[in-house]
Design a protein around this ligand. Structure first.
Ligand code: SF4
Length: 312
């Protein structure tokens, strides 16, 4: 008999070993899939966004509760649990609807804690004609076991590497040992998918967000990236740091810091990839999942699959 992955959960590095049919682990989710928003979104890297937008599904809950989380209304970082429960059949229908709406990609955002349900829904959707590329949009906080389960379904990894510094990880991610997990994850993906081709949307786009006051952490990351993954992954360098709504305030990154990063990339031979424009005011926002459309108009589908999010 096939193992129920939720019965003794080791889907992420937290390895809670709980029975999620009865209780929750650190991700704060039981075995029923919960979704905070689904619809077309134009704010991803251009090949992922395509002409009409990426078909995003934001899952409620998260195994990693970062101090700076910008999706904290849905990640559970503050104890909120915005979203609606959906069955595997409903999840499959949403995937097909996004494809019908013209999505260039299916973009699964923080789905780690629902991997078994997601793969079941993808099987159902594919049996009914679902065929667009699948993007696994992840914090990078994955277990190898979870990766082995989801990998056959993934075309492109859109993976965070937040930092390789224990101190920075402790300050921003509340997970001092983050680097101990992200490096094996990147190595595993590199071994199984050594090249990235954005035309066919295969491989890995590695996202790195610069934390304010933590330039040395980003510099260390870039050196490591250049040495280990430059020929395998595409870099997406992000500067969209908006202070989360809490008492701690982090100053924004300076133009001088951006210039220093750019010249370092040049000297390290990192020529390909994406970078957010730090002068673009449009990027200074935090999604509000209590609204029908959580994003600025220019980013979001005006007619998303879910029109309202209920706080249940
Ligand atoms: S997904 Fe991770 S955090 Fe959630 S119960 Fe399983 S091991 Fe724990």
């Amino acid at each position: 008999m096939e193992k129920n992955e939720y019965s003794d959960c080791i889907l992420c590095p937290n390895m809670c070993h709980v029975n999620r049919m009865e209780t929750t682990g650190i991700c704060r989710q039981k075995d029923t899939v919960r979704i905070a928003w689904a619809g077309l979104h134009r704010g991803e890297e251009p090949p992922i966004t395509g002409e009409h937008g990426s078909g995003m599904i934001f899952f409620t809950g998260c195994p990693l509760h970062c101090q700076y989380c910008q999706n904290r209304q849905i990640s559970g970082s503050d104890g909120d649990n915005y979203g609606i429960d959906v069955s595997e059949d409903e999840l499959s229908s949403i995937m097909l609807s996004l494809q019908e709406d013209g999505a260039a990609t299916l973009n699964l955002v923080t789905g780690t804690h629902f991997i078994p349900s997601i793969t079941a829904a993808l099987d159902k959707a594919r049996a009914e004609g679902f065929s667009i590329p699948v993007v696994w949009n992840s914090s990078g906080y994955e277990s190898i076991h979870g990766l082995e389960l989801i990998d056959p379904y993934v075309d492109l990894y859109l993976l965070d590497c937040k930092t390789l510094s224990c101190q920075t990880a402790s300050r921003f991610c509340r997970k001092e040992k983050y680097a101990d997990y992200i490096i094996p994850v990147m190595d595993w993906i590199k071994e199984h998918h050594p090249t990235t081709d954005l035309e066919s949307l295969r491989g890995t786009v590695l996202r790195h967000l610069v934390f304010p006051g933590e330039l040395e952490s980003s510099i260390s990351f870039l050196r490591y990236f250049a040495e280990h993954y430059k020929d395998n992954f595409i870099l997406s360098f992000m500067t969209q740091f908006v202070p989360p709504k809490e008492k701690i305030y982090f100053p924004s990154i300076s133009e001088d810091e951006i210039d220093r990063i750019l010249s370092l990339m040049d000297s390290l031979g990192i020529e390909d990839g994406f970078m957010q424009d730090p002068d673009e005011d449009d990027i200074l926002w935090i999604p509000d999942f209590t609204k029908d459309v959580p994003f600025p108009e220019s980013f979001a589908d005006p007619d998303p699959y879910f029109l309202s999010i209920k706080h249940r």
